[in-house]
Each structure stands twice: as C-alpha cells, then as structure tokens.
Design a protein around this ligand. Structure first.
Ligand code: BGP
Length: 457
C-alpha cells in the first residue's frame, strides 16, 4: 500500500495562548475567566497550579520555534489571547502586537505556516462579569476583536480560525462544572451556544468584508456517537447526541443553517433562542472555507429515560462499552477508527469540505517513569497512538476524504484547564521547575513522518 500523504500535507501541532504563553498578568494582558477562577477557587485546580506561568512561550518562543522546525513542523496552530490584544475591548495593546507579529514572522521564516485561532475558552473577565456568551454585547465585542486581529496580523497570517471547540464551554460550563459559570441549565446553554455561533458568523463576515487574504474556518470536536445496540431507541439516542454535540455547530458553519431536529428539540424543551431573521441570514451567508477537527475519543450512548429523565437524560445516557480501550490517565476511550468514521461523514454529508486533524493526542500522567538514562521519555505509547490514528486517516483519504493535515496535541507539555500538568501531551517534555524543554522519543518519530511525508513501514 502507498503510505505517502499528499504533497503539501500539513504536519505540526496545536496549542493555545492560555495554555502555552504564560505571562498571564504581564505585558498589558487583561484578566481572563481562568485567571479569575484561579484567584477565587485555587483548590479546584490540580496541585493549585494556575494559568499565570503555563509553559512560558511568551519569553521562550524564539527557542521554541526553532525546536518546532527541528522536529519537522511545516505548520503550527495557536490562539491569540483576546484579553492580551484588547485588554479593555477597544485599545490595542502594542506589546501584544509586537509579540504576536514576531511569533508569526518567525514561524514563517522557519517554513512553519501559522494557523491562528481567535478564541480558545479564554473569555475576558470583564465580559464574563456581564454574562459572557449569554450576553449579545459579547458578540459585538468579538466582532470588533476579530476585525482588529485580521487588520493587525492579516499580512502574516493566511489561515484563520474563529473558535476552538465552541461546544466545550457550553457543555462544560452550562451542563457541567468544569468551566465557569458551572451550572446545569439547558436554556442558558442554548443561549450561550447561539451567541457563540453568531460571534463566529460575524467574525467570518468581518473577514470577508476586509477582503483578507487566505481562508477562514472553525475547529470542532466532532465526537462520533455510537449506540449501545442496533435497537431503534439506542440509535435514536446516538442521533440526539450527534445533533446536540456535533451538528449544532457543524451544520450551521458548513451549510448556514441548523439541523431541523434542533428546532424540534428546542420546541420540546420550550427553549426560546433569541435569534433574529437578519442574524439567520448572516449565518447563511458566512459559511466556512475549511474545518479543523479535534478527535480524542468517541461518545457511546444508550437510550435515554424518555419519561422520567432530567435534562438531556431524556434523550440519551452514557454507555460504557465493555470492549473499550481506555487511557487510564485521562479516562478517555481510545478508538482510532473514529477518525475514519469522521472522514467518511464529512465526505458524504458535508460536501467533502477541506478539513484537517486539528488536535489528536494522548495525555499521560507520570511520564518521568519512562525517562531513559539520557533523560529522554520513551513514549512508545504516544507513537502508537499517533500511528494508529494516522493509518485510519489514510484509509479514509484513500477513499476520498479531503483531509489536508495532521496536528498533534501538542508540541510541548502544556497547562490544561482544571488538570494543569497532570496529563502530559507534548512531543517535548517540560520540566516545570526549570522550564527546560527536552525532546521525547515521539518527537524523533514525528520528525521522520513529517519529513518523509509517510508512515514508517
Ligand atoms: C481539547 C482542548 C485542548 C486540550 C485538549 C486535551 O479539548 O482543545 O485545549 O486541553 O483537549 O484535554 P485536557 O487538557 O483536558 O486533557
């Protein structure tokens, strides 16, 4: 079998401003919701490590970009921090401009295409206080921010992303307690999701109005939903999980409109989403050029308790597949074929739009146990994880999937929301005390794959 990837295939990694940069309260950066949460409830954060330092990319980016080049990257995705670029919402912070311009220029000089995301879960605190994505004003603020970013960096960046995983803050913040506001409220969730989608649409419209060079997309965690059995009620459950967690963003960004079943769901739940006809037209006219897809694990579901269930339990309930292979550190199922199923779903149901794997990776606790005598982490499990996913991706591509790249999560061990540095994902190990970077075995493997543009036989 030909195991080469197409010419110009993108190889690299994804990261985000809040998880990588550090300098959380320096160089003019405003406070984000994560800075605030850590200040008020540090005990919620693993080992009480907050978002202030993270992986110090802000001070070490020059060295980091050379390391990226050294391990074969031709592309890298990160996010701009909204609170850093526009601390008060209107005045551009020149220190942020200097920093990001230098990052993007150096990436380019080193043959690494910057893919730049505008929002990675990091709501400015000043907007969070006023309701965050539940407040229509945030949409206008985001539109202003997107315009400022396109105008300030448009000469250096051709590939833009509006949001990373927009469903996650909705799910984790309004149906769970892992992001603020940490409530369970379907109506508020629907409202926040709608304003996020509208903010995305408005950012795309700004990009088109400014006639920016290049292309704009969104990154979605398209988690395939698999039913417990072939019984109609289990299949129905999988359909609802797919509609609410995948298609609620996927359909509008690709086709400009919600799946019809969303209307059915909102009516059943008597939820009023405050959209206007004009806004729906805007969404219809501002679909994306490409998709980024984050894939870590599938969702397994079984029939919900139609009569007695509370909230989403009426529609579907989680199901633990007895054959599942689980990553014990993060508790996530590893199911490589999911990537192939995603590839075919986009090919068949989403006009075969160009897409790339925007995140895929494995988080492991206690990697120091795998250090060899030279101080290199022997992370063969990470190599297998990537290789197995890439094989399924290749099969999908051989069958016509329009995939143009693969980004691992992530380049360098980085800070993670409530889990901090517990599960390490990097191709490079970070020593937290000294901030030293060391290549893991997987970095060498990745370099070989990227440089030869194929999987080792
Ligand atoms: C994705 C996020 C990333 C990253 C990753 C790993 O959902 O886009 O920001 O954190 O998941 O997850 P975690 O860090 O929670 O283990």
């Amino acid at each position: 079998m030909n195991n080469r990837f197409p010419d110009h295939f993108l190889w690299g990694a994804a990261a985000s401003g809040p998880q990588l940069e550090g300098a959380g309260s320096k160089y003019g950066k405003g406070k984000t919701v994560w800075d605030y949460w850590f200040e008020t409830e540090p005990e919620k954060f693993y080992q009480q490590i907050g978002p202030e330092t993270t992986s110090s990319f802000y001070s070490r980016y020059k060295e980091d970009i050379l390391l990226m080049k050294d391990i074969g990257f031709n592309s890298f995705r990160t996010s701009i921090s909204w609170a850093r670029l526009l601390p008060d919402g209107t005045t551009i912070n020149q220190e942020a401009v200097t920093f990001y311009r230098d990052v993007f220029s150096r990436l380019r000089e080193n043959g690494i295409k910057p893919i730049v995301n505008l929002y990675h879960f990091d709501m400015p605190y000043r907007l969070h206080k006023k309701g965050g994505w539940e407040n229509r004003e945030t949409v206008e603020e985001f539109y202003r921010y997107a315009k400022a970013a396109f105008q300030t960096f448009g000469d250096l960046v051709n590939t833009w992303v509006t949001f990373n995983e927009p469903i996650v803050p909705v799910e984790m913040g309004y149906l769970n307690d892992k992001h603020l506001p940490a409530v369970y409220d379907l109506e508020r969730a629907a409202r926040a999701a709608y304003f996020t989608l509208l903010a995305h649409g408005k950012a795309v419209s700004a990009f088109r109005e400014l006639a920016n060079n290049g292309e704009i997309g969104i990154i979605l965690n398209l988690t395939p939903s698999y039913p417990k059995s072939d019984l109609a009620e289990d299949r129905e459950a999988a359909k609802w999980a797919d509609i609410l967690f995948n298609r609620s963003f996927l359909d509008p960004v690709v086709f400009g409109k919600y799946p019809v079943e969303m209307t059915e769901f909102l009516a059943k739940e008597t939820i009023d989403v405050p959209y206007t006809d004009k806004e729906l037209v805007l969404l219809m006219n501002n679909t994306v050029d490409f998709l980024g897809v984050n894939y870590y694990q599938p969702r397994r579901v079984q029939a919900g308790d139609k009569e007695t269930g509370a909230g989403l339990d009426k529609y579907f309930k989680p199901y633990h597949w007895p054959k599942a292979k689980i990553n014990p550190h993060r508790g996530w199922e590893i199911y490589e074929k999911g990537l192939y199923d995603i590839a075919l779903n986009i090919r068949d149901n989403y006009r075969n739009i160009p897409w790339y794997v925007a995140e895929n990776g494995i988080g492991v606790e206690g990697e120091e146990a795998f250090l060899d005598e030279h101080g290199e982490v022997q992370d063969d499990y990470r190599i297998h994880f990537m290789a197995d996913h890439l094989r399924w991706l290749q099969k999908g591509m051989a069958e016509g999937a329009n995939c143009f790249g693969y980004h691992v999560w992530t380049f360098l061990d980085n800070w993670s929301w409530l889990n901090e540095y517990k599960n390490r994902y990097g191709l490079l190990r970070l020593d937290l005390a000294t901030q030293t970077r060391t290549k893991k075995k997987s970095a060498q493997w990745f370099k070989q794959v990227a440089e030869t543009n194929q999987l080792p036989a």
